[in-house]
Write a new protein. Structure first.
Lengths: 73, 444
């Protein structure tokens, strides 16, 4: 079972840290497992060709990113 | 967002479910002590965590919390007679003591059965106007959460319980959601005297539309009277959130720019796993307890000065047709939304009765069990995100044979509090809550 709550918590913590540091994040790099899980629960957004987003940032699938540790870019 | 599978895991609370197992490892506030006021008074039926129980106070004043149905033929003990240090089933007269001892079985002569078998009974404690029960395996109880307000005399504590027809997580997430306060509750802020406000392009006149609503300090703002001194000293609806884990769960600060130069407005909320949010100050809490998967109790517990009429205070300006503190009147029945007042700029939300009615309206509007796969969280939702994380961690820990997080080992619950204060821009909000033992590290 994928615990999305852990993924989201880790991502949110990173985003807030980036914002605190004066950065302006533009995307969130996630494991393909996470990307596919988000796509699976948002079929309407996929069908409308909207970008998949999490915490206000567009998702980018990246095989080098661990499942539970998204990377703010 | 959550996957559908994870949403189900976090929302369902019955016996044997992942979250049901977790919640049974904490003390659970299950009923109001005021509903069992004296020895041998009528028993009450209690629904909590998807199970039904009977609570009663025996001849010696001791509380009993038992499985509801008689273990003989399954009649409800809530119909029973409370007498001679026990509760007797009406059907065939089987009688039980507060600890589940089967005292009498009139239609079964030999004592063999009652000597070898006990009825389901659970530890129960009295604190803060509530009866707290432990529904987990015997011998696994955590420290009892002795909050500062829980030790107050019974006539100094007011308990107001609102039953809502929605899954408990909708109410629980609302209780720790700071960024909605300056928007959904604009009517409250105006009544409190913060003056004209605006959200986006909507200018709100700030008239005392909800005249029945009581405000901090007691009383009401009357037509033609000047506003009360502002107690919400900020117009910042996008607070910065700083959050730390603690031995009891987590605490966070919602930090807003203040209208006063050189100051910031800080609201520190403490969340005590798994039910309790301390919001705004030290004299009370909001407790959300699942009754079953589709209904919950939101319990406000507030400590009041001695001599306060607690029965009046419990109602807090909510119309009797919408809700009342009486046992048969605790389910929230939403009033008609006043669209005319909204259009006229007299009300933002259009729901009279104050914050809890407005909260109930939006929380129940998501349906009986909200599907969190559809949502778009933002970084300002960090407290909600961390709440789910701690529950998910607890499920995984319990399945691995460990205790869930935030059971309060080593924690002095009398020091757990909340704060709402203007402080200097350079001051650390943690100074306001030194007893929380916060840590930026994850809980496990």
């Amino acid at each position: 079972m994928l615990w999305m709550s852990v993924v989201v918590d880790n991502a949110c913590t990173q985003i807030l840290a980036a914002l605190d540091g004066g950065a302006k994040p533009t995307s969130l790099r996630v494991s393909p497992v996470v990307y596919d899980a988000v796509a699976a629960v948002r079929p309407k957004e996929v069908a409308r060709h909207y970008p998949l987003m999490l915490l206000g940032l567009p998702l980018v699938a990246d095989h080098d990113v661990p499942t539970y540790d998204p990377v703010v870019a | 967002m959550l996957t559908e599978e994870e949403n189900e895991a976090l929302c369902r609370v019955g016996p044997g479910t992942p979250m049901g197992k977790v919640l049974r490892r904490y003390w659970t506030p299950a009923f109001q002590l005021g509903d069992l006021p004296e020895p041998d008074c009528p028993p009450i039926r209690v629904t909590v965590l998807g199970e039904n129980f009977v609570a009663f106070r025996d001849t010696q004043g001791r509380l009993g919390f038992l499985d509801e149905l008689c273990c003989h033929r399954g009649a409800s003990l809530a119909l029973g007679r409370v007498e001679d240090c026990g509760i007797r089933c009406l059907y065939h007269g089987w009688k039980y003591a507060v600890d589940g001892t089967i005292m009498e079985t009139p239609n079964l002569g030999p004592a063999t059965f009652r000597e070898r078998v006990k009825h389901g009974a659970y530890p129960v404690r009295e604190a803060g106007g509530l009866g707290w029960v432990y529904l987990g395996p015997p011998g696994t109880e955590p420290p009892f959460p002795n909050f500062a307000w829980a030790s107050a005399a019974a006539d100094e504590v007011v308990v107001s319980e609102i039953i809502m027809d929605c899954n408990w997580m909708q109410a629980q997430e609302g209780s720790i959601d700071s960024s909605h306060v300056g928007i959904l509750h604009l009517d409250t802020l105006a009544t409190m005297g913060s003056g004209p406000r605006s959200v986006g392009s909507f200018d709100f006149a700030g008239e005392p539309w909800d005249l029945d609503m009581q405000v901090p300090g007691g009383g009401r703002r009357e037509p033609g009277q000047p506003p009360r001194p502002a107690v919400w000293p900020s117009a910042d609806n996008a607070p910065r959130i700083e959050l730390e884990n603690t031995p009891f769960g987590f605490h966070y600060a919602a930090i807003r720019d203040a209208t006063e130069p050189g100051k910031k407005f800080v609201r520190v909320t403490a969340f005590v796993m798994p039910y309790t949010a301390l919001i705004g100050g030290a004299n009370g809490a909001v407790i959300v307890v699942p009754r079953d998967d589709y209904s919950c109790s939101t319990i406000g517990v507030f400590r009041l000065p001695p001599g306060t009429d607690t029965a009046t205070a419990a109602r807090r300006g909510i119309d009797k047709a919408v809700w009342g503190p009486e046992p048969e009147n605790r389910k929230l029945r939403l009033p008609k939304q006043d669209r005319e007042a909204m259009a006229a700029g007299l009300s933002f939300a259009g729901f009279r009765g104050g914050n809890r009615v407005q909260d109930g309206a939006v929380q129940m509007s998501s349906g009986p069990m909200y599907d969190r796969a559809k949502e778009h969280l933002v970084p300002a939702d960090l407290a909600i995100i961390r709440l789910r994380r701690l529950f998910a961690d607890s499920i995984r820990l319990l399945e691995a044979g460990h205790d869930p997080v935030g059971r309060g080992e080593g924690c002095d619950f009398t020091q757990v509090t909340a704060a709402s204060q203007l402080i200097d821009v350079g001051q650390d909000w943690r100074d306001l809550v030194p007893g929380h033992l916060g840590s930026k590290e994850p809980a496990n």
